[in-house]
Design a protein around this ligand. Structure first.
Ligand SMILES: *Cc1c(COP(=O)(O)O)cnc(C)c1O
Length: 346
C-alpha cells in the first residue's frame, strides 16, 4: 500500500470523554467542529453519543447538517457561528441550535424560525464572537423572553492556568448572566482543568477528547503508520533530499516513506522529528517533501522495515506540534486526505 494508515482509537476517545465528564458535576458536551478535529465527525460523534454525550458543538451549520445525518434525531447540535444569512432552512430542517452572537442574528433567528431553539454567545473579552456587555444589556430581556437553551462564552487563555485573563473572563461572564435562569457554559478542555468555578452547567471539551494538551492525562487517540517505499545505502559524504540538507557522516541507510507535507506533515518539523519502529527512533534525514520523507534507519535493527510510525503511544500530536512550532490542534486538523483511516475500539 502506497499511503499511510491513520488509526483512530475510539476506545481512547470515549475514555477521554468519560474522564473529562467525571471531573465536573456539569453535563459534558463534545466539540466536533472541523470534522471532529480531523478524525471524522460522524464516527467520533456516534462513538461519543453511544457513551452518553447528548450535546455536540460544530463551527458551521453545514457541519451540523452532516452530523445530524450521522447521529439521527435526539442529540442537540449547537452551531458556534450562530444563524448566518442563508442558514435558515438548514437550521430548521436539520434541527440545529445556533449560538446567536449578535443582535442581528437574534432578530434573524426569531423572525425566520419563531419558537426554534437557539443559544446565546457572549463576549467576555476574547473579542472573537458573541455579544459584548452593552449589546447584551440592550437585548437581554427580549432574548430571555424567547427562552434560549444555553448562554455561553469562550476562554482566551484557558491553557495557561495562571493567566489573569481567566479570572477576568469568569467575573465578566458571571456579571453578564447574574440572576438568569438558563443553563450556562464557559469551559473548553482547559476550562474544565481550571476547576469547578469554571464548570457551570455544560462543559465543551474538544482537544482533550482527541488526546491533546492541555489535558496531560489524555489517552492518545491517533497513531500514524507510513509505508516504506524503498531503502538505500549511502556512503559518507552523500546527501539526501532537496537542497542537500542532509549529508551522511558515516555509511548510512535511508528509508524513503510515503507521506509528506501534502498530508499535513508540516515541513517545518524538519530534522528534529523522528519516526519510530517499536521503541526505536529514526531521525528524519533531509527536508520533508510533498509526498516523501527520508529517514535515517542506520541504527534500526530491522534493515528493511515495511513501515515506520510518525505517531505512536510515545510520540503524540503535541511532540510533533512542538517540533513544528505549532499546537496539537493544527497537527490533527491538517491530517491528510490521502491517509487510509482505520477505526478501532468502537
Ligand atoms: C473549539 C472550541 C471549544 C473546544 O475547545 P478545546 O480547547 O478544543 O477544548 C469550545 N468552545 C468554543 C467556542 C470553541 O471554539
Amino acid at each position: 500500500m502506497g499511503t499511510a494508515t491513520l488509526t483512530i482509537d475510539l476506545g481512547a476517545l470515549t475514555a477521554n470523554w468519560r474522564a473529562l465528564d467525571a471531573m465536573s458535576a456539569s453535563e459534558t458536551a463534545a466539540v466536533v467542529k472541523a470534522d471532529g478535529y480531523g478524525l471524522g465527525a460522524d464516527r467520533v460523534g456516534r462513538a461519543l453519543a453511544r457513551v452518553g454525550a447528548r450535546t455536540f458543538f460544530v463551527a458551521a451549520a453545514e457541519e451540523g447538517a452532516a452530523l445530524r445525518q450521522a447521529l439521527g434525531p435526539g442529540p442537540a447540535i449547537n452551531v458556534f457561528s450562530g444563524h448566518m444569512r442563508g442558514d435558515t432552512d438548514m437550521i430548521g430542517d436539520m434541527a440545529l441550535t445556533p449560538m446567536v452572537n449578535s443582535m442581528d442574528q437574534l432578530v434573524r433567528h426569531v423572525e425566520a424560525l419563531p419558537g426554534h431553539p437557539f443559544g446565546i454567545q457572549l463576549d467576555t473579552g476574547m473579542n472573537r464572537l458573541g455579544m459584548e456587555p452593552g449589546e447584551w444589556g440592550a437585548v437581554r430581556d427580549i432574548a430571555m423572553a424567547q427562552q434560549p437553551t444555553v448562554i455561553m462564552s469562550h476562554l482566551a487563555c484557558a491553557d495557561e492556568p495562571d493567566h489573569a485573563m481567566n479570572a477576568q473572563q469568569l467575573a465578566a461572564f458571571r456579571e453578564m448572566t447574574a440572576d438568569l435562569d438558563v443553563p450556562l457554559s464557559l469551559a473548553n478542555t482547559g476550562g474544565i482543568l481550571l476547576g469547578e468555578d469554571y464548570h457551570f452547567d455544560l462543559a465543551r471539551p474538544g482537544i482533550g477528547l482527541y488526546g491533546g494538551a492541555p489535558y496531560a492525562d489524555a489517552r492518545p487517540v491517533v497513531t500514524l503508520a507510513i509505508p516504506v517505499i524503498q531503502c538505500r545505502d549511502l556512503e559518507a559524504g552523500e546527501t539526501v533530499g532537496y537542497g542537500n540538507s542532509f549529508t551522511a557522516t558515516r555509511p548510512t541507510r535511508i528509508a524513503t516513506v510515503a507521506a509528506g507535507y501534502a498530508d499535513g506533515i508540516i515541513r517545518a518539523m524538519g530534522s528534529g522529528t523522528v519516526l519510530r519502529q517499536g521503541d526505536q527512533s529514526c531521525p528524519v534525514a533531509g527536508r520533508i517533501s510533498m509526498d516523501l520523507i527520508g529517514v535515517d534507519i542506520t541504527d534500526l535493527e530491522d534493515p528493511d522495515p515495511k513501515s515506520l510510525d510518525l505517531l505512536d503511544q510515545s510520540q503524540g500530536i503535541d511532540r510533533l506540534a512542538d517540533a513544528a512550532g505549532t499546537i496539537g490542534y493544527e497537527i490533527l486538523t491538517s491530517m491528510g486526505a490521502r491517509y487510509q483511516r482505520r477505526y478501532t475500539g468502537g
